[in-house]
Design a protein around this ligand. Sequence first.
Ligand code: PMP
Length: 293
Amino acid sequence: MYVNGKFVPENQPVISVFDHGFLYGDGVFEGIRAYNGRVFKLREHVDRLFDSAKAIDLDIGMSKEAMEEAILETLRKNNFKDAYIRPIVSRGNGDLGLDPLKCDKANVFIVAKTMSSLYDTMELKAITVGVRRNAPDALSPNIKSLNYLNNILAKIEANAKGGQEAIFLDHNGFVAEGSGDNIFIIKNGVVYTPPTINNLKGITRATAIELLEKNKIPTRVENISLFDVYTADEIFVTGTAAEAAAVVWVDGRTIGAGKTGPVTALMLKEFEKITSTTGTEIYTAKKAPARAA
Ligand code: PMP
């Protein structure tokens, strides 16, 4: 595991109780995957990490190139070809007060683990949860912050009601996203996904739109209601950890034929193809020139 420029065994304690990420969720993170020796969309994830940090006025203290190299080196140290990678940047160590001015400099951690599928099944049951997605004018869902309590509350509710995934609504009652993935519905051959005001600008979401367009499947970004969800022909969710998974049941309603539909199946095939053939090579990438942190 990478900790502030050093590599240490992952079971070694590295974090202070005064770390503001630990105390207050004051920090940002990413979830990235490597497939077959390549990191999928590395630059896009690093860009989003830096954008999240910018939005909370957090100076990561290193360049994007140095971050990319630290991610690749973490994978090399573990001899991983397939892995889930978690860069975490907290505000740093402060005192017990809220004031970020008390935090000297950011703490940067990078953890990598092997991971297969997120869910036991690729045909999920989903529950629309009562807890609303964080409002964008309170804590924007565009920020991938260390404060995931909103998402965890959704997951608790979905678990309690027998769903593997939660569907969040926004404060206007439109569909926002899942607890850890973006949502797509298909009706009469057209794919719909909500705009990214009330959800994370998913990198898998963008990839899915690209793949659908490549296959000449009409894709529209517009608000989706629960009526649209219940009456959809197919639904799928996308995320780095979730990859692409069909949702076949929502709140007691069977979606379409109750199994992975043709558009979702095509997406899965295309997604597997793109993740196994593109990305930043872990073992042949040149080292970035050393930079002052
Ligand atoms: N929404 C939320 C809340 C998430 O945590 C994730 C996972 N990062 C996503 C959507 C999907 O984003 P991505 O495809 O970039 O992993």
